[in-house]
Design a protein around this ligand. Structure first.
Ligand code: PMP
Length: 390
């Protein structure tokens, strides 16, 4: 059988996510002078859109980097070497936050959580209560842990601080735009995200917003920094510029994808992602598969599935890609041989989910797992798409 070329495949991975043809066309526009009034106008529109998505009155810094760069920017601008911080990892990306903090000599304590579960706000509250000298300068949280398919309850975790002054530093790379995040109302101090996931733009840009408290902390931060000097970035951005040459094509696309997110409405985007997550998770269960993440914490942007006994997951992914053009992800870190992952964020609707489920069922059957595809398609029955597919 002829392989489906990559250009025709559907990305059902947790990022990069599909980009609309309008946004792709925007990215193909000519380069502009990034020290011009046209650039300033575009930046102002983009920052205003981002502020709405972050639900903040603070500036949102636009950096030419990936999500990891935005995480690093948070660490190096808020902290000094030797500062005590409390990291709350629940997977590979929480671990990455720790690696960055340690690379810059932060003194990291880890609040452990079982894989597949969220961080327990009570546990955080108790640990902070024990810190009677209030030595922790920051708490690191991953909003949506992409390696386990777990979403943390940011609102509860932030309020678990009580009157402890630690800054709440959040990686929302794989949730922002798809799942609610009220930066100001929930008193989050630093939020990092990136262009290539629920914001539906190509990779290459990342975003950071700081609360007033965080900007204050930035004044005394002594970690080394140059490219990610955020007070400098804020200075430039207030004049509609960036300190260095930005990834212009990604900005052009982001302008279009933010417009489409605003047209849909943030609340509609949140409820669509919730609906899509419930649909695929119910359907996978009916197929006979076991979901990895604890039901209380299941992500709205990706689903993690235990690999059924005897199934070669490499083969599964390869067959789905080559025969059906569906690209799904494997597990990461200690979960590499235990789970596979399906992303459903950004420009992903029922049509893509239905096609994914039906090709997953057929492929698993070929690999010797008795997938109940008939049952798995039932949750789609309310949709007219289901009858087309049968
Ligand atoms: N944090 C989370 C939760 C992520 O999902 C990712 C990307 N998968 C990152 C950080 C890192 O982002 P990037 O690959 O853009 O550096």
């Amino acid at each position: 059988m002829k392989k489906i070329p990559w250009q025709d495949q559907i990305l059902m991975i947790p990022g990069p996510t599909p980009v609309s043809s309008q946004a792709l066309l925007a990215a193909a526009q000519p380069m502009m002078n990034h020290r011009s009034s046209d650039f300033k106008k575009m930046m102002e529109e983009i920052e205003s859109g981002l502020k709405q998505v972050f639900q903040t009155q603070s500036s949102v810094m636009v950096l030419t980097t990936s999500g990891t760069g935005a995480m690093e920017a948070c660490i190096v601008n808020l902290l000094s070497p030797g500062d005590k911080i409390l990291a709350c990892p629940n997977g590979v990306f929480g671990e990455r936050f720790i690696k960055i903090a340690k690379a810059y000599q932060a003194n990291v304590e880890i609040l452990e959580s079982p894989l597949g579960q969220g961080v327990d706000p009570e546990k955080l509250k108790n640990r902070l209560k024990e810190d009677s000298k209030q030595e922790f300068k920051a708490i690191l949280i991953t909003h949506n842990e992409t390696s386990t398919g777990v979403e943390n309850n940011l609102k509860l975790l932030s309020s678990a601080r009580g009157n402890h002054p630690a800054l709440m530093v959040v990686d929302s790379v794989s949730a922002l735009g798809a799942s609610e995040l009220k930066m100001d109302e929930w008193k989050l101090d630093a939020v990092a995200s990136a262009s290539q996931k629920a914001l539906m733009a190509p990779p290459g840009l990342a975003f950071v917003a700081f609360s007033e408290r965080a900007w204050e902390a930035a004044k005394s931060s002594k970690m080394p920094k140059f490219y990610f000097d955020l007070p400098m970035a804020r200075e430039f951005q207030s004049k509609g510029e960036t300190p260095f040459t930005p990834a212009l094509p990604v900005l052009y696309a982001l302008q279009v994808s933010l417009r489409s997110l605003m047209d849909e409405g943030l609340d509609s985007s949140f409820s669509r992602h919730k609906r899509m997550a419930e649909l695929i998770q119910t359907s996978l269960g009916k197929m006979g598969l076991k979901l990895f993440a604890h039901p209380e914490y299941r992500s709205k942007t990706l689903t993690t599935i235990e690999i059924p006994a005897g199934v070669d997951v490499k083969k599964l992914r390869e067959m789905m890609r080559n025969q059906y053009g569906i690209v799904i992800a494997g597990g990461q870190g200690s979960l590499t041989d235990k789970i596979f992952r399906i992303g459903h964020m950004g420009c992903v609707g029922e049509k893509e989910l239905l096609y994914t489920i039906s090709s997953l069922g057929k492929t698993l059957q070929e690999l010797g797992f008795n997938a109940n595809t008939q049952e798995a398609l039932k949750p789609f029955e309310a949709s007219s798409l289901a009858s087309i597919h049968h």
